[in-house]
Unconditional design. Sequence first.
Length: 169
Amino acid sequence: MKRDNVVERKALEWLKQRGVTVDDIAELVHFLQGPYHSDLKLSICKENVERVLKKREVQNAILTGIQIDVLAEKNALEEPLANMVRRDEGLYGIDEIIALSIVNIYGSIGFTNYGYIDKQKPGILKDLNDKSNGQCHTFLDDIVGAIAAAASSRLAHSFAHEDEDFDDD
Ligand SMILES: [Mg+2]
């Protein structure tokens, strides 16, 4: 199997293992874009999420972030990093930096969407932020928010260029 496919397959597999489905992220896109497009279908949101997940830089961010979260859960990180990641310390900030590598893929509205959804924490983001179950999603919550933000941005651009046959890759 080609290396690219291995990365893509693993990234999707790990997302699922960590409790995040494509539908969960599509719902976040619907939350962000629903107010701007009447009768926005969830299937359109999902299509945009799938396109974002095809990007190699997004897959890399997923693999890196989830790996660090999992190592933190297993107490396999060393101090002082271990504590900062486990507690999702506000001043750590590297989780957000990794997420930012995803946010602007489809232009700067992704950035606005990311800031907004990070504050509101709807749907799956609320679950990922629930620290009561011993799981650590310090990186994953930002990555999921970023994927939703990028997909929203892609969706907004595709609606804006509907008659021009919008197509990125
Ligand atoms: Mg975080």
